[in-house]
Design a protein. Structure first.
Length: 344
């Protein structure tokens, strides 16, 4: 027992002497060696180009001219293909309670676009500011006459560019007509359309800038019938997820739910023209509406200026966050508060 105590005391003495034998310089050196080496932050990626309609950087050379595609939104046409890749999307009434999409493609590269549907005069007004090649399947008599009179570059599945489209077997006509950018540009080249055009652009702000306005994480747009639209804010992605008739609105090709960075909801004058229910819609304004960004809502005025519908706050053009933009155009009405609702 005494021998064990003696050995223990001897070991403790050795440790104490060893520690005391180190100079302050040695201890300081050890501490310095234990300090982690600081790492430099990775430099931000510098892109060659910036897309004028999304403000996003890209290293892929952008086309010189935009493409505008008329897209079906009947229940039988959902989910659509390619809406998730559009730089800008307009949702506008056609006849009755039916809405259609006008997809503007410039920097986005969808694999498939459709289903494609017919065109109306106010859809032409939306696309004319972009100087876009208009892609559609027929149209109202006024729309077809306008394109002929103004010599608008367009690809029509019925009259001049059937080879630029195809029909899929998993849906019934007229909800099964599709195209893609390769077919569109081949058709445009065959008809001698120019490739150069001045694409308009939005004014953008830094993606880290805090959004202004009142809280708006849930938005309801009360188009009638099976066309009621809702958006819910996803704080993680800082985008609004889209719902149609209470269900997630997805892309057929990817299966992903459609999501929007900048949501502009405006009211415009609508007028019924004939017994077919065709409309005249004023897409030039001025008018009023809301801009929804990053979970916030701001009241805006709007007008069609410098090539596109633009929002203004206190007389200054509203800036967009880098990303896609959707514009929902709704009828001006006394019950606007019921047609456009939003909450936390």
């Amino acid at each position: 027992m005494k021998r064990r105590i003696f050995l223990l005391l001897l070991m403790l003495s050795f440790v104490f002497v060893s520690a005391c034998g180190k100079s302050g310089q040695d201890i300081e050196l050890e501490l310095e060696q234990e300090q982690p080496i600081p790492t430099e932050p990775e430099p931000e990626e510098v892109f060659k180009y910036e897309a004028p309609l999304t403000g996003l950087g890209t290293n892929q050379k952008l086309p010189n001219r935009a493409v505008m595609v008329m897209m079906n939104n009947a229940p039988e046409a959902r989910p659509q293909s390619g809406l998730d890749q559009a730089d800008v999307v307009y949702e506008v009434l056609a006849e009755g309670s039916i809405t259609r999409f006008v997809g503007i493609y410039h920097s986005g590269q969808p694999k498939i676009i459709g289903p494609v549907r017919s065109i109306r005069p106010y859809y032409i007004d939306i696309g004319s500011g972009y100087d876009a090649i208009m892609v559609h399947a027929g149209g109202s008599p006024d729309a077809l006459a306008t394109m002929k009179h103004k010599r608008i570059a367009h690809l029509d599945e019925i009259y001049n560019a059937g080879g630029s489209f195809w029909r899929e077997s998993f849906r019934k006509a007229p909800h099964n007509l599709y195209t893609d950018l390769d077919h569109i540009w081949k058709g445009a080249n065959a008809l001698g359309f120019r490739k150069e055009a001045a694409v308009p652009y939005f004014s953008f702000k830094d993606s880290t800038e805090e959004a202004s306005g009142v809280s708006a994480e849930k938005i309801d747009l009360n188009y009638s019938g099976g066309y009621r639209v809702a958006y819910e804010y996803d704080e993680q992605t800082q985008r609004y997820k889209r719902f149609t008739s209470g269900k997630p609105h997805t892309d057929l090709t990817t299966g992903d739910q459609l999501a929007v960075t900048n949501l502009l909801v405006i009211t415009a004058k609508h007028r019924i023209l004939d017994s077919e229910g065709r409309r005249a819609i004023d897409v030039y304004g001025p008018g009023v509406g809301y801009l929804f960004q990053h979970g916030k809502a701001q009241e805006i005025t709007w007008e069609h200026k410098n090539g596109m519908i633009r929002a203004y706050i206190n007389g200054n053009e509203a800036q967009m966050y880098p990303g896609n933009t959707w514009v929902n155009i709704m009828p001006s009405a006394a019950n606007q508060a019921e047609a456009i609702q939003f909450s936390e």
